[in-house]
Design a protein around this ligand. Structure first.
Ligand SMILES: NC(=O)C1=CN([C@@H]2O[C@H](COP(=O)(O)OP(=O)(O)OC[C@H]3O[C@@H](n4cnc5c(N)ncnc54)[C@H](O)[C@@H]3O)[C@@H](O)[C@H]2O)C=CC1
Ligand SMILES: O=C(CO)COP(=O)(O)O
Length: 342
C-alpha cells in the first residue's frame, strides 16, 4: 500500500481520505488552516466539514504542502474550482518529482471555460505531471463518511492511470469505482449538474411539485448532453454515473449544497445571504456563469442555464424566469426528429 496526498481538507477531501485509509494506504491530508489540521491529528475529527465522524488512524494531517507532498507519487486534488490554480501554483513551487494528479472537484472556470484537468495541465509542467485522472459520480461526502454504498467513475486519457486509481479506491465493501476514457464527458457532467441542482432547489423553494422537478432534471440533462456533445464528449457518458447518476443525487438530496442554496433562493433570500450562510462551497453559481459564457461562445442552446444566469447575475425574478422557460417556442423533444421527416 502506498502513500497518497489529499490536497484539500473540506468535506469531500476528508471523506475520500477516509476511503483510502480504510483501504490500508498511508494518507496525508493537507489543509491550510493549522487549527483544523491539529484537530484532525489530535481529536481524529474534522467537525466543521464532517460532524460526528471519527477519522481512521491512517490519516495524518499536514499544514506544510511541501512536507505533505514529499515522497508521494499520487496526489488527490479536492479544493473548490476557484482555488485550483492557486493550489497548483503552490504545488509547482514545492514538488520535486512527477506525480499523478487525480482531481475530484466539480466545476468549470468562468471566462476561460476550462475544465479542471485542463487547468492542471496548464499549471503543472510535464516533468512534474505524470497523468491526470478525474474521480466523479453521485457521492455525497456525508454518506461516504458513513461508509454507505457509493459508486463513482475514474476517467483519464490514459486507461492504465484510470485503472490505477480504481485500484487505490476499490478495496472495501462500500466504495465501487468504474472506469471511463471520456474525461470531457465525465468532467462536464459533474460540473453542469450543479446548475440544474440549484434550479431544482429553487422549484422546491417555490413549492412547485414533483412534475416541475422531473421536467427540470430531464430537460437539464438534455442541455448538459447538448453542450457536452459540442465539446467532444461521448453522449452516452451523460446517461451514466457522472451524468444522470450525479444529477439525480444532487437534485434530490438534502445533503447537496447546490440544492440547499437553490432552495433558499426560491424562498426569496438574496444570493449574497445564501452564500454567506452555507459555510461550504456552492460550485453551481460560478459554473452557471462559465456554462452560460461557453454556450453563448459556441452557439449551443441551454435555456435552463440561461434562465438561471439571469436570476443569479441580473436579479431576474425566479417566477418570471420559470414563466419565460414555459413559454418558449414549441419544440420536438428529441432534436433528431425533425430531420427524419425532411
Ligand atoms: N462535498 C461533497 O459531497 C462533494 C464535493 N465535490 C466537489 O469537491 C470540491 C471540494 O468540495 P468540498 O470538499 O465539499 O468543499 P468544502 O466547502 O467542504 O471544503 C472546501 C475546502 O477547501 C479549502 N480551500 C478553499 N480555498 C482554498 C485555497 N485557496 N487553498 C487551500 N484550500 C482551500 C477550504 O478551507 C476547505 O477545507 C468541489 O468542487 C465540490 O463540487 C465532489 C463530490 C462530492
Ligand atoms: O457533487 C456532489 C454529489 O455527487 C455534491 O454536491 P453539492 O456540492 O451540491 O453538495
Amino acid at each position: 500500500m502506498g502513500k497518497i496526498t489529499v490536497v484539500g481538507a473540506g468535506s469531500w477531501g476528508t471523506a475520500l481520505a477516509m476511503v483510502l485509509a480504510d483501504n490500508g494506504h498511508e494518507v496525508r491530508l493537507w489543509g491550510a488552516r493549522e487549527e483544523q489540521m491539529d484537530e484532525v491529528n489530535q481529536s481524529r475529527t474534522n467537525h466543521k466539514y464532517l460532524p460526528g465522524i471519527t477519522l481512521p488512524i491512517g490519516i495524518t494531517a499536514y499544514v506544510s504542502l511541501e512536507e505533505a507532498l514529499q515522497g508521494t507519487e499520487h496526489v488527490l486534488l479536492v479544493v473548490p474550482t476557484k482555488a485550483i490554480r492557486e493550489v497548483l501554483a503552490n504545488m509547482r513551487t514545492v514538488l520535486k518529482h512527477a506525480v499523478t494528479v487525480t482531481h475530484a472537484s466539480k466545476g468549470i472556470e468562468p471566462d476561460t471555460s476550462k475544465r479542471i484537468s485542463e487547468m492542471i495541465e496548464e499549471e503543472l509542467p510535464v516533468h512534474l505531471l505524470r497523468d491526470v485522472v478525474v474521480l466523479s459520480g453521485p457521492s455525497h461526502a456525508e454518506e461516504v463518511a458513513l461508509r454507505q454504498p457509493t459508486t463513482v467513475t475514474s476517467a483519464s486519457k490514459n486507461m492504465e492511470a484510470a485503472e490505477a486509481v480504481q485500484d487505490l479506491f476499490m478495496n472495501n465493501e462500500y466504495f465501487r469505482v468504474y472506469t471511463n476514457p471520456d474525461i470531457i464527458g465525465v468532467e462536464l457532467g459533474g460540473a453542469l449538474k450543479n446548475i440544474i441542482a440549484l434550479a431544482a432547489g429553487m422549484t422546491d423553494g417555490l413549492c412547485f411539485g414533483d412534475n416541475a422537478k422531473a421536467a427540470l432534471m430531464t430537460r437539464g440533462l438534455a442541455e448538459i448532453a447538448r453542450l457536452g456533445r459540442a465539446m467532444g464528449a461521448d453522449p452516452l457518458t451523460f446517461a451514466g454515473l457522472t451524468g444522470m447518476g450525479d444529477l439525480i443525487v444532487t437534485c434530490t438530496s438534502v445533503h447537496s449544497r447546490n440544492w440547499r442554496a437553490g432552495n433558499l433562493l426560491g424562498k426569496g433570500h438574496s444570493l449574497e445571504d445564501v452564500l454567506e450562510s452555507m459555510g461550504m462551497v456552492v460550485e453551481g453559481v460560478r459554473t452557471t456563469k462559465a456554462a452560460y459564457q461557453l454556450a453563448d461562445k459556441i452557439g449551443v442552446d441551454m435555456p435552463i442555464t440561461a434562465a438561471l444566469y439571469e436570476v443569479l447575475f441580473h436579479g431576474k425574478d425566479v417566477k418570471e424566469a420559470v414563466g419565460s422557460l414555459m413559454g418558449r417556442v414549441r419544440k420536438h423533444e428529441v432534436e433528431a426528429v425533425p430531420n427524419l421527416y425532411k
